[in-house]
Design a protein around this ligand. Sequence first.
Ligand code: BDR
Ligand code: CA
Length: 315
Amino acid sequence: MTAEKIPVILDGDPGHDDAIAWTAAAAETRLRVLAVTSVAGNQTIEKTTLNAAKILTLTGMHVPLARGAARPLVAQPMTAPSVHGESGLDGPALPEPTVPVLDLPAVSLMAQVLADHPTPVTIVATGPLTNVATLLLIHPELKAKIGAIYFMGGGIRFGNWTAAAEFNILVDPEAAHIVFTSGLPLYMCGLDVTEQALLLPAEFDALAALGSDVANIVADWLRFFYSFHKEKGYRGAPVHDAAAVAALVSPALFSFREMAVQVECTGDHCRGATVADWYGLHGKAKNVHVAVAIDREAFVAWLFARVAGYGEAKR
Ligand code: BDR
Ligand code: CA
């Protein structure tokens, strides 16, 4: 008997690691991607939406695509050109998009997909949580149609954009707070595991050696992404966002610990921090399954197998 595919909506701000996450998701036989939505984060919404259309074209993922929030709920917009370049996805040339962007806001597309699908749908969010929070605010009646939210964001030990905060949560802490207090099943892939979700330079070459256009482009994305991280002393490229997809389809690659996690929305030093109560000190209800460990080599093998799915021929 073949297992049911997990129906998902992919929401993100591509972004090199979003692009790799979506490339893996498109080739993942355990998933059925119902829709893709963009959000502002790594770059402006115009750029992340264009990148999304190019990724869908490259990977042959012909699913509905809609443009999401241009800015966070409350905060001023913030982008990350130092990491992802001016386009948000600098590096290899990509095909001109043939997948259209719908004339419909991302949140409306998400709502339509949730309402129409016969079973609950999982959201995999790899950017700021602006679209997801807006969906919850506007369509509380659809909460029961969300199976779970897997997201890349936060970190219980350290930040990467400030000492306390990770980029996706820092960009829109108010949105993250709405999601963290939603009562929905939440699976957090934060920096604690995604900084270990490293691909090493020798592995970029091994990926390229798989031979397909997609494999070569993924390798070039990794090379570009690593150029920033190498300067910071990393030994490889942390493919943060792909961890959120892997956690959904291959949870055995991770260890999870359920904890009460709160988002700091104020404070002089800690805005955007995800404050996790490891020891259960304050007695609040546990609201997040936090990934606390990852099997790096198994993660890399999973990613290679997905990219290998694109074969050797030109797609
Ligand atoms: C997160 O921030 C973005 O730059 C990446 O795409 C990832 O989602 C890592 O902190
Ligand atoms: Ca991202």
